[in-house]
Design a protein around this ligand. Structure first.
Ligand SMILES: CC(=O)SCCNC(=O)CCNC(=O)[C@H](O)C(C)(C)COP(=O)(O)OP(=O)(O)OC[C@H]1O[C@@H](n2cnc3c(N)ncnc32)[C@H](O)[C@@H]1OP(=O)(O)O
Length: 137
């Protein structure tokens, strides 16, 4: 799992109990997972099809830096399934885990599913190259 993105919990992100609002966390997860899937499949013609189990493990509070870990779980013909873990950057405590987030590649005109042409092996190799280019290996 790679942690490549961070966000600062601001006053506008809080719920009535002064903790990070679950809806805001879900919005961030959907966006971060979509960015990850777009980069993995190298196309932005993707839609969110399914979000599986989501579990909120511990609260985040104002001023916390949260980081997003993403990993590819499964690669299908038209779809990719990813996992997203949100944790506190300082303590590494898990805030939220969203499993089985499925994105489907669609044709921009018909909006119907189309093959993305990627395999899990190709994505592993692509990720290695990307990490080398980012100087994080
Ligand atoms: C990034 C965003 O925010 S997009 C906005 C929110 N999302 C949307 O508006 C999407 C609305 N949904 C749709 O337009 C349609 O459901 C579509 C085009 C995504 C998919 O249509 P479907 O008829 O379900 O497609 P189909 O049955 O062929 O399945 C496509 C793929 O999704 C997978 N899939 C379908 N349903 C599910 C499900 N419930 N759970 C997991 N995977 C699923 C299939 O296994 C298939 O994957 P594969 O080709 O890799 O084997």
């Amino acid at each position: 799992m790679r942690f490549l993105s961070r966000r600062l919990v601001m006053p506008n992100d809080l719920n009535y109990a002064n903790a990070l609002f679950g809806g805001r966390a879900l919005e961030w997860i959907d966006e971060e997972a979509a960015i990850y899937a777009i980069c993995q499949l190298e196309t932005n013609c993707l839609v969110t099809k399914h979000i599986g189990e989501i579990s909120f493990e511990s609260p985040a509070t104002q001023g916390d830096i949260v980081e997003f870990g993403l990993a590819t779980k499964k690669v299908g013909k038209t779809s990719i399934t990813v996992t997203c873990l949100v944790r506190n950057k300082a303590t590494k405590k898990t805030i939220c885990l969203a499993d089985d987030i499925v994105f489907v590649r669609v044709d921009p005109d018909t909006k119907l599913p189309v093959p993305h042409g990627k395999t899990i092996e190709a994505l592993v190799a692509q990720t290695q190259e990307e990490m080398k280019s980012l100087n994080i290996l």
